[in-house]
Design a protein around this ligand. Structure first.
Ligand code: S3P
Length: 434
């Protein structure tokens, strides 16, 4: 499906964007391990998280929905069933990598595959540590790509340096650690999102966190029964970021975004925009399931200055960096983004997708780096047709920039927004005035 976005006069109003994808996945995955029924309010219903529900049902977990709540009937660490068929993870890296951690602890056999994009994404980063723990696993192309087959077994704890600060890798190791003898530790030079740790803590796992000069260490020991959780999932900061970006770049705009998760491992994009001079305010600070939540007011910000993004800052804004590059076209000066090589192995190569698409719409003041981008602003943008590469975040980011393009933007394969934000185009329509 192609979508045409026209230039608009302003963005205004109020939205509650869909719930956090990372937390929603984890309610099902970790809730399945509990001794009892977990209740989830505001579960994200989108492509990736529906994949997670489907997979855990195939592994023997009863999951049902009633009156807007999701109920996950946990089956303890040991209640999973051998799946009858290949588990198809669709487009979802989070479902795949976290589930590998749980399957590493099961004596049965499972086969895992995914869509064309997921079959190109690296899996050794998670399969190698699980092998070190004692799981039997193999995958296509010397253990790197799906499809993969895994038979779990007796696991032993390891100490693992998570150099890439991947929350998916950390989470897989911690979940496998629940099944391991002795303690399992993950060390991160730069801390990645910590929703797995937060949820495991609330559920009574034996988990400890340490912050040192060398970074962050989390340790887990198995043996504890996990209690079910009762959780209200806040709005996803990655989804909110599109409308914050829209408000700051479109003249005369002001938007209110409700219930947004602002865990410091996730809100780097908003903090970076504020540093650039954007008019963004957090109000109504509160806590939900051990996570900080606010409402956000964002307003048109014509005087934003360019910025630099360093590798230390990348994990807290990893999924928002393409959008930051787009906003940087509207900031005065040269924005340099470094240390973001990981973007090359997301749902698409997001560095290439951002730079190529910017060029397609007439922005030639952008340069591709091996691990980032350089963008010079402030620049008027003509518009044109872009390829989303079937990547939801690329489709949504360029839809937002379309709001200020002289001739608008046409997005190819725009239906991929379904992966994280099925209501995206309805919400966009609701808050834009032409
Ligand atoms: C996620 C972790 C990040 C992020 C992804 C969701 C998670 O991936 O990009 O969208 O829920 O753990 P990596 O672990 O590969 O950095």
């Amino acid at each position: 499906m192609e979508i045409k976005i026209e230039k608009v006069k302003k963005v205004e109003g109020e939205l509650r964007v869909p719930s956090d994808k990372s937390i929603s996945h984890r309610t099902v995955i970790i809730g399945s391990l509990a001794n009892g029924v977990s209740t989830v309010k505001h579960f994200l219903k989108a492509g990736d998280t529906l994949t997670t529900i489907n997979i855990y049902r195939k592994l023997g977990v009863q999951i049902d929905e009633s009156q807007g709540l999701l109920f996950i009937h946990g089956i303890n660490l040991t209640g999973f069933k051998e799946p009858q068929d290949v588990l198809d993870m669709g487009n979802s890296g989070t479902t795949t990598r976290l589930t590998f951690g749980i399957l590493a602890g099961q004596r049965f056999f499972s086969c895992i595959t995914g869509d064309e994009s997921l079959r190109k994404r690296p899996m050794k980063r998670v399969l190698n540590p699980l092998k070190l723990m004692g799981a039997h696993v193999d995958a296509r192309q010397k253990g790197e790509f799906l499809p993969s087959a895994i038979r779990g077994g007796n696991l032993r704890g390891i100490e693992y340096l998570n150099e890439k600060s991947s929350a998916q890798v950390k989470s897989a190791i911690l979940l496998a650690g629940l099944y391991a003898q002795r303690k399992t530790a993950v060390i991160e030079p730069i801390m990645s999102r910590n929703h797995t740790e937060n949820m495991l803590k609330i559920m009574g796992a034996n988990i400890k966190e340490k912050f040192t000069e060398g970074g962050y260490t989390v340790e887990i020991k198995g043996g504890n029964e996990l209690k079910p959780i009762d959780i209200n999932v806040p709005a996803d900061p990655s989804s909110a970021s599109f409308f914050v970006a829209a408000a700051v770049i479109v003249p005369n705009s002001e938007i209110l975004l409700k219930d947004v998760l602002v865990n410091p491992t996730r809100d780097g994009f908003f903090r970076k925009l504020k540093q650039m001079g954007a008019n963004i305010e957090y109000i109504n600070h509160r806590e939900e399931a051990g996570e900080p939540v606010v409402d956000i007011i964002a307003k048109y910000s014509p005087d934003m200055k360019a910025t630099t993004v360093t590798k230390e800052e990348v994990p807290s804004m990893i999924d928002e960096i393409p959008l930051l590059a787009l906003v940087a076209t509207q900031a005065h000066g040269e924005t340099i983004i470094h240390g973001a090589r990981e973007l090359r192995v997301k749902e698409s190569d997001r560095i290439k997708a951002t730079v190529e698409n910017l060029k397609r719409i007439g922005v030639d003041t952008v340069e591709e780096l091996e691990d980032g981008m350089i963008i010079k602003g402030k620049t008027k943008i003509k518009g044109g047709t872009i390829d989303s590469y079937k990547d939801h975040r690329i489709a949504m980011g360029f839809s937002i920039i379309g709001l200020i393009c002289e001739e608008g933007i046409t997005i190819k394969d725009a239906d991929c927004v379904y992966i994280s934000y099925p209501e995206f185009y309805d919400h966009l329509k609701k808050v834009t005035k032409s």
